[in-house]
Design a protein around this ligand. Structure first.
Ligand SMILES: C[S@@+](CC[C@H](N)C(=O)[O-])C[C@H]1O[C@@H](n2cnc3c(N)ncnc32)[C@H](O)[C@@H]1O
Length: 211
């Protein structure tokens, strides 16, 4: 199911700021190397993340699910020079595409990639984060939300992509939709947080943890 009418989706995207050239270059490199790049969050979600980083003044970000680096670079663009973004990915093929981009200025001083299973990496990370973006394997979304709650600063933001899963959350007829729906319920019932679910692209949840 398309969440948004295609013409409206195209119209709203055409009124959203374009990515900087280096990120357009990353999209092109990803497209040339891979059969599908539909996992890439895209301009509107990317711009939403970038604005959230800028408005909140986030200085330390955790991303779960790098793919080829699109959302990491969008968020890093809004970080101050001494800001830090840690991003987790388990697929070496995707790392080979993101690495040469992460090595360029200003990303090299801001982005640190951790390779491996995010479920094992997150508990070992030191300190807390101002913003955490969840975008890895959907069956583990409830577990990622619980881990994010342990690592988020009071007053911080947790943003989750694909919370509508193409509309499948309505009848939960597959494991991924079931897990996403379960996480959506956990977030709705979380009295330590306020949340907004947006029907943007495949659904984005913005959670503000209480200060
Ligand atoms: C939807 S994509 C991320 C898209 C990216 N945030 C963007 O906007 O371009 C999800 C990524 O999570 C990675 N992934 C899935 N399960 C993972 C896990 N347990 N640990 C680390 N990465 C994982 C996948 O390999 C994939 O690259």
């Amino acid at each position: 199911m398309e969440i948004t009418n295609k013409q409206i989706a195209d119209y709203t995207e055409s009124f959203t700021t374009e990515e900087p050239d280096i990120i357009k270059e990353l999209v092109k490199a990803s497209d040339e190397d891979l059969e599908y790049i539909d996992m890439l969050s895209g301009r509107q979600t990317g711009m939403l993340l970038k604005l959230l980083v800028a408005i909140s003044g986030a200085r330390r970000i955790l991303e779960v699910g790098t793919f080829t680096g699109y959302s990491a670079m969008m968020m890093a663009d809004a970080l101050p020079d001494d800001g830090e973004l840690i991003t987790c990915e388990m697929n070496e093929r995707y790392r080979k595409i993101s690495e040469p981009f992460f090595e360029r200025e200003p990303y090299c001083s801001k982005i640190r990639q951790k390779m491996g299973n995010a479920l094992e990496i997150i508990p070992k990370l030191d300190g807390t984060f101002d913003l955490i973006f969840l975008d890895a394997d959907k069956v583990n979304y409830p577990a990622y939300y619980r881990l994010a709650k342990e690592k988020i600063k009071p007053g911080g933001l947790i943003v989750v992509d694909n919370v509508l899963w193409g509309g499948d959350v309505l009848n939960q007829n597959n494991r991924k939709a079931e897990a996403i729906h379960k996480m959506n319920e956990i977030i709705r019932d979380d009295h330590e947080a306020e949340q907004l679910m947006l029907p943007l692209r495949d659904g984005v949840m913005i959670v503000k943890v209480k200060s």
